[in-house]
Design a protein around this ligand. Structure first.
Ligand SMILES: Cc1ncc(COP(=O)(O)O)c(C=O)c1O
Length: 452
Protein backbone atom coordinates (compact mmCIF):
# COMPACT_ATOMS: atom_id res chain seq x y z
CA UNK A 1 0.00 0.00 0.00
CA UNK A 2 2.86 2.40 0.81
CA UNK A 3 4.35 1.82 -2.63
CA UNK A 4 1.06 2.59 -4.38
CA UNK A 5 0.62 5.71 -2.26
CA UNK A 6 4.15 6.79 -3.09
CA UNK A 7 3.48 6.38 -6.79
CA UNK A 8 0.06 7.97 -6.98
CA UNK A 9 -0.90 10.02 -3.94
CA UNK A 10 0.42 13.45 -2.99
CA UNK A 11 -0.11 13.93 0.72
CA UNK A 12 -0.74 17.34 2.28
CA UNK A 13 2.08 18.93 4.29
CA UNK A 14 4.28 15.87 3.75
CA UNK A 15 7.75 15.25 2.38
CA UNK A 16 6.20 12.92 -0.18
CA UNK A 17 9.55 12.01 -1.68
CA UNK A 18 10.85 10.79 1.68
CA UNK A 19 8.10 8.26 2.29
CA UNK A 20 8.81 4.59 1.86
CA UNK A 21 10.63 1.62 3.27
CA UNK A 22 13.93 3.48 3.58
CA UNK A 23 12.43 6.74 4.76
CA UNK A 24 9.43 7.96 6.73
CA UNK A 25 6.70 5.55 7.64
CA UNK A 26 3.26 6.03 6.08
CA UNK A 27 0.41 5.53 8.52
CA UNK A 28 -2.58 4.07 6.68
CA UNK A 29 -5.77 4.14 8.73
CA UNK A 30 -8.36 1.63 7.62
CA UNK A 31 -11.23 1.88 10.09
CA UNK A 32 -12.45 3.60 13.20
CA UNK A 33 -14.56 2.73 16.24
CA UNK A 34 -15.56 5.07 19.05
CA UNK A 35 -12.45 7.17 19.84
CA UNK A 36 -10.13 4.58 18.24
CA UNK A 37 -8.70 4.04 14.76
CA UNK A 38 -7.00 0.95 13.36
CA UNK A 39 -4.20 0.95 10.80
CA UNK A 40 -3.76 -1.52 7.98
CA UNK A 41 -1.45 -3.65 10.14
CA UNK A 42 -4.26 -4.05 12.67
CA UNK A 43 -2.72 -1.73 15.26
CA UNK A 44 -5.25 0.23 17.29
CA UNK A 45 -4.70 3.82 18.41
CA UNK A 46 -6.62 6.32 20.47
CA UNK A 47 -7.33 9.06 17.96
CA UNK A 48 -6.05 11.87 20.15
CA UNK A 49 -6.51 14.37 17.31
CA UNK A 50 -10.10 13.66 16.21
CA UNK A 51 -8.66 13.05 12.74
CA UNK A 52 -7.63 16.65 12.19
CA UNK A 53 -9.76 18.34 14.88
CA UNK A 54 -12.97 17.27 13.17
CA UNK A 55 -14.29 13.89 14.39
CA UNK A 56 -16.19 15.29 17.37
CA UNK A 57 -18.36 12.16 17.58
CA UNK A 58 -15.65 9.60 16.99
CA UNK A 59 -16.15 6.81 14.50
CA UNK A 60 -19.23 4.81 15.47
CA UNK A 61 -22.09 6.93 14.16
CA UNK A 62 -21.64 5.69 10.57
CA UNK A 63 -24.96 3.79 10.36
CA UNK A 64 -26.94 6.83 11.51
CA UNK A 65 -25.20 9.13 9.05
CA UNK A 66 -25.50 6.52 6.31
CA UNK A 67 -29.25 6.46 6.79
CA UNK A 68 -29.41 10.26 6.49
CA UNK A 69 -27.11 10.23 3.46
CA UNK A 70 -29.20 7.51 1.81
CA UNK A 71 -32.39 9.52 2.25
CA UNK A 72 -30.83 12.78 1.05
CA UNK A 73 -29.15 11.24 -2.00
CA UNK A 74 -32.35 9.52 -3.07
CA UNK A 75 -34.29 12.75 -2.75
CA UNK A 76 -31.80 15.32 -4.05
CA UNK A 77 -28.11 14.66 -4.68
CA UNK A 78 -27.16 18.17 -5.67
CA UNK A 79 -28.58 21.62 -6.15
CA UNK A 80 -26.63 24.88 -6.13
CA UNK A 81 -26.97 27.80 -3.76
CA UNK A 82 -26.35 30.07 -6.73
CA UNK A 83 -28.11 32.82 -8.68
CA UNK A 84 -31.28 32.81 -6.63
CA UNK A 85 -31.58 29.02 -6.22
CA UNK A 86 -31.46 26.99 -2.99
CA UNK A 87 -32.56 23.68 -1.46
CA UNK A 88 -34.41 22.88 1.79
CA UNK A 89 -31.55 21.13 3.62
CA UNK A 90 -29.20 24.13 3.37
CA UNK A 91 -32.03 26.48 4.36
CA UNK A 92 -32.79 24.35 7.42
CA UNK A 93 -29.11 24.15 8.39
CA UNK A 94 -28.63 27.93 8.11
CA UNK A 95 -31.63 28.45 10.38
CA UNK A 96 -30.34 25.83 12.83
CA UNK A 97 -26.90 27.43 12.99
CA UNK A 98 -28.44 30.81 13.75
CA UNK A 99 -30.10 29.24 16.82
CA UNK A 100 -26.85 28.00 18.36
CA UNK A 101 -24.56 30.81 17.13
CA UNK A 102 -23.64 33.87 19.19
CA UNK A 103 -26.28 36.58 19.54
CA UNK A 104 -26.96 38.54 16.34
CA UNK A 105 -25.52 35.86 14.05
CA UNK A 106 -28.42 35.08 11.76
CA UNK A 107 -26.91 34.35 8.34
CA UNK A 108 -24.69 31.65 6.84
CA UNK A 109 -22.60 31.46 3.68
CA UNK A 110 -21.55 27.85 3.08
CA UNK A 111 -18.24 26.71 1.64
CA UNK A 112 -16.19 23.55 1.29
CA UNK A 113 -13.81 23.97 4.24
CA UNK A 114 -12.04 26.31 6.62
CA UNK A 115 -9.81 28.25 4.24
CA UNK A 116 -12.77 29.02 1.98
CA UNK A 117 -14.75 30.16 5.00
CA UNK A 118 -11.89 32.49 5.99
CA UNK A 119 -11.58 33.99 2.51
CA UNK A 120 -15.33 34.42 2.40
CA UNK A 121 -15.10 36.41 5.63
CA UNK A 122 -12.53 38.70 4.06
CA UNK A 123 -14.65 39.22 0.93
CA UNK A 124 -17.71 39.97 3.02
CA UNK A 125 -15.70 42.43 5.11
CA UNK A 126 -14.49 44.16 1.93
CA UNK A 127 -18.00 44.38 0.50
CA UNK A 128 -19.34 45.66 3.81
CA UNK A 129 -16.85 48.52 3.96
CA UNK A 130 -17.09 49.37 0.26
CA UNK A 131 -20.88 49.59 0.44
CA UNK A 132 -20.58 51.88 3.45
CA UNK A 133 -18.35 54.21 1.45
CA UNK A 134 -14.98 52.96 2.75
CA UNK A 135 -13.39 51.03 -0.15
CA UNK A 136 -9.94 51.77 1.27
CA UNK A 137 -10.44 49.28 4.09
CA UNK A 138 -8.49 46.42 2.58
CA UNK A 139 -6.04 45.25 5.24
CA UNK A 140 -6.31 42.45 7.74
CA UNK A 141 -4.83 42.23 11.20
CA UNK A 142 -3.88 38.68 12.21
CA UNK A 143 -1.85 37.22 15.03
CA UNK A 144 1.66 35.89 14.90
CA UNK A 145 2.03 32.16 14.56
CA UNK A 146 -1.64 31.68 13.67
CA UNK A 147 -2.91 29.48 10.87
CA UNK A 148 -6.10 30.15 8.96
CA UNK A 149 -5.75 27.82 5.96
CA UNK A 150 -3.57 27.41 2.90
CA UNK A 151 -5.47 28.83 -0.07
CA UNK A 152 -3.76 31.94 -1.40
CA UNK A 153 -6.05 34.40 0.37
CA UNK A 154 -6.18 32.63 3.74
CA UNK A 155 -2.43 32.08 3.58
CA UNK A 156 -1.99 35.86 3.77
CA UNK A 157 -3.15 35.69 7.39
CA UNK A 158 -0.26 33.40 8.34
CA UNK A 159 3.26 34.69 9.02
CA UNK A 160 5.09 31.36 8.82
CA UNK A 161 7.68 31.91 6.08
CA UNK A 162 7.91 28.16 5.50
CA UNK A 163 4.31 28.25 4.32
CA UNK A 164 4.20 31.64 2.61
CA UNK A 165 7.56 32.28 0.95
CA UNK A 166 7.40 29.51 -1.67
CA UNK A 167 4.35 31.28 -3.11
CA UNK A 168 5.59 34.84 -3.28
CA UNK A 169 4.05 38.01 -1.88
CA UNK A 170 0.87 37.70 0.09
CA UNK A 171 -2.40 38.34 -1.75
CA UNK A 172 -3.97 40.33 1.08
CA UNK A 173 -2.09 43.02 2.94
CA UNK A 174 -1.82 41.80 6.52
CA UNK A 175 -0.33 43.24 9.68
CA UNK A 176 0.65 40.80 12.42
CA UNK A 177 0.32 41.46 16.13
CA UNK A 178 1.18 39.34 19.17
CA UNK A 179 -0.77 36.24 19.98
CA UNK A 180 -1.59 35.60 23.64
CA UNK A 181 1.20 33.18 24.55
CA UNK A 182 2.87 34.56 27.64
CA UNK A 183 5.47 31.83 28.10
CA UNK A 184 8.85 33.47 28.43
CA UNK A 185 7.44 36.98 28.92
CA UNK A 186 8.24 39.20 31.91
CA UNK A 187 6.66 38.10 35.24
CA UNK A 188 4.23 41.07 35.36
CA UNK A 189 2.38 39.57 32.39
CA UNK A 190 1.18 36.75 34.62
CA UNK A 191 -1.47 39.28 35.71
CA UNK A 192 -4.38 39.12 33.23
CA UNK A 193 -5.19 42.78 33.57
CA UNK A 194 -1.63 43.87 32.82
CA UNK A 195 -1.25 41.43 29.95
CA UNK A 196 -4.58 42.27 28.31
CA UNK A 197 -3.84 45.99 28.55
CA UNK A 198 -0.42 45.44 26.95
CA UNK A 199 -1.84 43.31 24.10
CA UNK A 200 -4.61 45.79 23.35
CA UNK A 201 -2.21 48.73 23.46
CA UNK A 202 0.06 46.97 20.97
CA UNK A 203 -2.92 46.29 18.75
CA UNK A 204 -4.09 49.88 18.91
CA UNK A 205 -0.65 51.11 17.89
CA UNK A 206 -0.75 48.71 14.92
CA UNK A 207 -4.17 50.02 13.88
CA UNK A 208 -3.07 53.64 14.16
CA UNK A 209 0.19 52.98 12.31
CA UNK A 210 -1.60 51.27 9.44
CA UNK A 211 -4.32 53.91 9.45
CA UNK A 212 -7.70 52.85 10.86
CA UNK A 213 -9.40 53.76 7.59
CA UNK A 214 -7.35 51.01 5.84
CA UNK A 215 -8.21 48.13 8.19
CA UNK A 216 -11.01 45.81 7.03
CA UNK A 217 -10.92 43.14 9.71
CA UNK A 218 -9.08 41.41 12.50
CA UNK A 219 -9.05 37.63 12.56
CA UNK A 220 -8.33 35.59 15.70
CA UNK A 221 -9.20 32.18 17.09
CA UNK A 222 -10.80 32.02 20.54
CA UNK A 223 -7.96 29.61 21.41
CA UNK A 224 -5.13 29.82 18.89
CA UNK A 225 -4.26 26.36 17.66
CA UNK A 226 -0.84 27.02 16.17
CA UNK A 227 1.73 27.74 18.81
CA UNK A 228 -0.15 25.33 21.11
CA UNK A 229 -3.73 25.95 22.31
CA UNK A 230 -3.03 29.57 23.24
CA UNK A 231 -5.86 30.76 25.47
CA UNK A 232 -6.70 34.47 25.80
CA UNK A 233 -6.27 36.41 29.04
CA UNK A 234 -9.38 37.71 30.77
CA UNK A 235 -10.87 40.75 29.04
CA UNK A 236 -9.05 40.19 25.74
CA UNK A 237 -12.08 39.51 23.54
CA UNK A 238 -13.99 42.36 25.15
CA UNK A 239 -11.00 44.58 24.31
CA UNK A 240 -10.97 43.38 20.69
CA UNK A 241 -14.67 44.23 20.43
CA UNK A 242 -14.09 47.70 21.85
CA UNK A 243 -11.26 48.41 19.39
CA UNK A 244 -13.31 47.07 16.46
CA UNK A 245 -16.13 49.42 17.45
CA UNK A 246 -13.80 52.38 17.99
CA UNK A 247 -11.94 52.00 14.69
CA UNK A 248 -14.68 50.52 12.51
CA UNK A 249 -13.14 47.22 11.41
CA UNK A 250 -14.93 43.86 11.56
CA UNK A 251 -13.99 41.26 14.16
CA UNK A 252 -13.72 37.73 12.77
CA UNK A 253 -13.60 34.75 15.14
CA UNK A 254 -11.99 31.83 13.34
CA UNK A 255 -13.76 28.92 15.01
CA UNK A 256 -12.74 26.26 12.50
CA UNK A 257 -11.32 24.22 15.39
CA UNK A 258 -12.97 25.70 18.47
CA UNK A 259 -16.67 25.44 17.50
CA UNK A 260 -19.04 22.52 17.94
CA UNK A 261 -18.10 21.47 21.43
CA UNK A 262 -14.31 21.38 21.31
CA UNK A 263 -14.19 23.78 24.29
CA UNK A 264 -17.43 22.54 25.87
CA UNK A 265 -19.58 25.22 24.15
CA UNK A 266 -21.17 25.41 20.72
CA UNK A 267 -18.71 28.19 19.95
CA UNK A 268 -15.38 28.60 21.71
CA UNK A 269 -15.86 32.36 21.74
CA UNK A 270 -18.84 31.87 24.08
CA UNK A 271 -16.34 30.84 26.74
CA UNK A 272 -14.53 34.17 26.53
CA UNK A 273 -17.42 36.59 25.97
CA UNK A 274 -16.47 37.11 22.31
CA UNK A 275 -18.89 39.17 20.22
CA UNK A 276 -17.58 38.77 16.67
CA UNK A 277 -19.14 40.23 13.51
CA UNK A 278 -18.25 37.12 11.50
CA UNK A 279 -17.48 33.56 12.55
CA UNK A 280 -15.73 30.97 10.39
CA UNK A 281 -16.39 27.27 10.98
CA UNK A 282 -15.62 23.94 9.26
CA UNK A 283 -14.23 20.62 10.57
CA UNK A 284 -16.56 19.72 13.47
CA UNK A 285 -19.68 21.10 11.77
CA UNK A 286 -20.22 17.63 10.24
CA UNK A 287 -18.16 15.77 12.88
CA UNK A 288 -15.90 14.74 9.99
CA UNK A 289 -18.60 12.66 8.27
CA UNK A 290 -18.61 15.02 5.24
CA UNK A 291 -16.69 18.12 4.12
CA UNK A 292 -18.16 21.54 4.84
CA UNK A 293 -17.21 25.05 5.88
CA UNK A 294 -19.31 28.11 6.65
CA UNK A 295 -19.02 31.81 7.36
CA UNK A 296 -21.60 33.03 9.86
CA UNK A 297 -22.63 36.65 9.57
CA UNK A 298 -24.28 39.06 12.00
CA UNK A 299 -27.45 40.91 11.11
CA UNK A 300 -25.79 44.30 11.00
CA UNK A 301 -23.22 43.12 8.44
CA UNK A 302 -25.82 41.23 6.39
CA UNK A 303 -28.03 44.31 6.30
CA UNK A 304 -25.29 46.15 4.44
CA UNK A 305 -24.22 43.44 1.99
CA UNK A 306 -27.89 42.55 1.36
CA UNK A 307 -28.95 46.05 0.36
CA UNK A 308 -31.50 45.78 -2.45
CA UNK A 309 -29.82 45.16 -5.78
CA UNK A 310 -26.41 44.31 -4.31
CA UNK A 311 -25.04 41.06 -5.72
CA UNK A 312 -22.79 38.93 -3.52
CA UNK A 313 -20.26 38.12 -6.24
CA UNK A 314 -18.72 35.13 -4.52
CA UNK A 315 -19.48 31.42 -4.49
CA UNK A 316 -18.55 27.77 -4.69
CA UNK A 317 -20.23 25.01 -6.71
CA UNK A 318 -20.47 22.79 -3.65
CA UNK A 319 -21.53 25.54 -1.22
CA UNK A 320 -24.04 23.92 1.13
CA UNK A 321 -23.99 20.58 -0.71
CA UNK A 322 -27.17 18.66 0.24
CA UNK A 323 -25.22 15.64 1.50
CA UNK A 324 -22.95 17.71 3.75
CA UNK A 325 -25.86 19.85 4.92
CA UNK A 326 -27.93 16.76 5.82
CA UNK A 327 -24.98 15.32 7.72
CA UNK A 328 -24.33 18.58 9.56
CA UNK A 329 -27.99 18.70 10.62
CA UNK A 330 -27.86 15.14 11.89
CA UNK A 331 -24.59 15.81 13.67
CA UNK A 332 -26.18 18.73 15.51
CA UNK A 333 -29.15 16.46 16.36
CA UNK A 334 -26.81 13.82 17.75
CA UNK A 335 -24.79 16.34 19.73
CA UNK A 336 -28.02 17.55 21.36
CA UNK A 337 -29.58 14.12 21.84
CA UNK A 338 -26.43 12.55 23.30
CA UNK A 339 -25.67 15.67 25.36
CA UNK A 340 -22.15 15.98 23.99
CA UNK A 341 -21.56 19.48 25.39
CA UNK A 342 -22.60 18.29 28.86
CA UNK A 343 -20.27 15.32 28.46
CA UNK A 344 -17.31 17.61 27.70
CA UNK A 345 -18.27 19.96 30.54
CA UNK A 346 -18.49 17.04 32.92
CA UNK A 347 -14.98 15.78 32.16
CA UNK A 348 -13.05 18.91 31.22
CA UNK A 349 -11.93 19.90 34.73
CA UNK A 350 -10.51 16.48 35.35
CA UNK A 351 -8.79 16.45 31.97
CA UNK A 352 -7.41 19.93 32.68
CA UNK A 353 -6.00 18.67 35.99
CA UNK A 354 -4.41 15.64 34.35
CA UNK A 355 -2.87 17.69 31.57
CA UNK A 356 -1.75 20.54 33.87
CA UNK A 357 0.15 18.04 36.03
CA UNK A 358 2.52 17.60 33.07
CA UNK A 359 3.93 21.04 33.91
CA UNK A 360 6.01 19.30 36.57
CA UNK A 361 8.10 17.56 33.91
CA UNK A 362 11.40 19.32 33.15
CA UNK A 363 10.77 19.35 29.41
CA UNK A 364 7.35 21.00 29.70
CA UNK A 365 7.42 24.81 29.72
CA UNK A 366 3.67 25.32 29.70
CA UNK A 367 0.41 23.41 29.40
CA UNK A 368 -2.46 25.32 27.82
CA UNK A 369 -5.94 24.67 26.58
CA UNK A 370 -9.60 24.28 27.41
CA UNK A 371 -12.30 21.66 26.94
CA UNK A 372 -10.88 18.70 25.03
CA UNK A 373 -8.04 20.73 23.47
CA UNK A 374 -4.60 20.82 25.14
CA UNK A 375 -0.98 21.44 24.27
CA UNK A 376 2.29 21.05 26.11
CA UNK A 377 4.89 23.56 24.96
CA UNK A 378 8.31 21.98 25.35
CA UNK A 379 11.37 23.83 26.56
CA UNK A 380 15.03 22.95 26.93
CA UNK A 381 15.33 23.50 30.67
CA UNK A 382 13.44 24.61 33.73
CA UNK A 383 14.26 28.28 33.14
CA UNK A 384 12.30 28.18 29.93
CA UNK A 385 15.35 27.96 27.69
CA UNK A 386 14.79 26.88 24.12
CA UNK A 387 15.98 23.67 22.53
CA UNK A 388 19.10 23.55 20.50
CA UNK A 389 18.28 22.54 16.93
CA UNK A 390 19.82 19.12 17.38
CA UNK A 391 17.89 18.31 20.55
CA UNK A 392 14.71 19.54 18.92
CA UNK A 393 15.12 17.36 15.87
CA UNK A 394 15.92 14.27 17.89
CA UNK A 395 13.03 14.64 20.32
CA UNK A 396 10.27 16.32 18.38
CA UNK A 397 10.88 14.74 15.02
CA UNK A 398 11.65 11.28 16.28
CA UNK A 399 11.57 10.08 19.88
CA UNK A 400 8.34 11.71 21.07
CA UNK A 401 6.10 10.86 18.08
CA UNK A 402 7.55 7.35 17.93
CA UNK A 403 6.93 6.66 21.61
CA UNK A 404 3.40 8.10 21.52
CA UNK A 405 2.53 5.93 18.59
CA UNK A 406 4.12 2.83 20.11
CA UNK A 407 1.98 3.42 23.18
CA UNK A 408 -1.13 3.59 20.98
CA UNK A 409 -1.85 7.32 20.82
CA UNK A 410 -2.15 9.55 17.78
CA UNK A 411 -1.24 13.02 19.05
CA UNK A 412 0.22 15.99 17.22
CA UNK A 413 3.90 16.62 17.70
CA UNK A 414 5.26 19.56 15.80
CA UNK A 415 7.82 22.21 15.83
CA UNK A 416 6.66 25.08 13.66
CA UNK A 417 6.30 28.12 15.90
CA UNK A 418 7.20 26.19 19.07
CA UNK A 419 7.91 22.54 19.92
CA UNK A 420 4.61 21.04 21.01
CA UNK A 421 2.67 17.95 21.88
CA UNK A 422 -1.03 18.49 21.30
CA UNK A 423 -4.21 16.50 21.85
CA UNK A 424 -7.79 17.14 20.72
CA UNK A 425 -9.62 13.86 21.31
CA UNK A 426 -13.12 13.04 20.05
CA UNK A 427 -15.75 14.63 22.28
CA UNK A 428 -17.29 11.22 23.01
CA UNK A 429 -14.08 10.11 24.78
CA UNK A 430 -14.82 8.87 28.30
CA UNK A 431 -12.78 9.35 31.46
CA UNK A 432 -10.75 6.19 30.88
CA UNK A 433 -9.72 7.31 27.39
CA UNK A 434 -8.79 10.81 28.61
CA UNK A 435 -6.80 9.34 31.49
CA UNK A 436 -5.01 7.02 29.10
CA UNK A 437 -4.13 9.95 26.81
CA UNK A 438 -2.70 11.95 29.72
CA UNK A 439 -0.77 8.91 30.98
CA UNK A 440 0.79 8.18 27.58
CA UNK A 441 1.79 11.83 27.09
CA UNK A 442 3.21 11.85 30.62
CA UNK A 443 5.26 8.65 30.15
CA UNK A 444 6.59 9.89 26.82
CA UNK A 445 7.57 13.32 28.09
CA UNK A 446 9.12 11.78 31.20
CA UNK A 447 11.39 9.73 28.95
CA UNK A 448 12.11 12.78 26.78
CA UNK A 449 12.92 14.81 29.93
CA UNK A 450 15.56 12.28 30.81
CA UNK A 451 17.27 13.02 27.50
CA UNK A 452 17.75 16.77 28.00
C1 LIG B 1 -8.15 27.95 12.68
C2 LIG B 1 -8.18 27.39 11.31
N1 LIG B 1 -8.70 28.10 10.30
C3 LIG B 1 -8.76 27.62 9.05
C4 LIG B 1 -8.28 26.38 8.74
C5 LIG B 1 -8.33 25.85 7.35
O1 LIG B 1 -9.27 24.84 7.25
P1 LIG B 1 -9.26 23.86 5.99
O2 LIG B 1 -8.09 22.97 6.12
O3 LIG B 1 -10.59 23.15 6.09
O4 LIG B 1 -9.18 24.72 4.76
C6 LIG B 1 -7.74 25.58 9.76
C7 LIG B 1 -7.23 24.23 9.49
O5 LIG B 1 -6.69 23.54 10.32
C8 LIG B 1 -7.67 26.11 11.07
O6 LIG B 1 -7.14 25.40 12.07
Amino acid sequence: MTTTAQRHLLLNMTANGSLGSEGEELLVIRRGEGPYVDDTDGRRYIDGMSGLYCCQLGYSYGPEFAEVADRQLRELCYSPLWSGSAHPTAIELAERLSRIAPVDIEHTFFSGGGAEAVETAWKIARRYHALRGEPGRVKTIARRGAYHGLTVGALSFTDDPGLTEPYGPSAIETRFVSNTNRLGLAPEFADDEVYTAWLLAELEVAILTEGPQTVAMLIAEPVQNRGGCITPPHGYWQGLRALADRYGFLLVADEVITAFGRLGEWFGGDLYGARPDLVTVAKGITAGYAPMGATLVTDHVAEVINRPGQVLNHGFTFSGHPLSAAIALRSLDIMERDRILDHVRGLQDDFARRMSALRDLPIVGDVRGAGFFYSCELVGDLEGGRFSDTARTALVADLIPRRLREAGLLARVYNRSAPLVQVAPPLISDRAVLDRIAAIVSDTLTEASARI
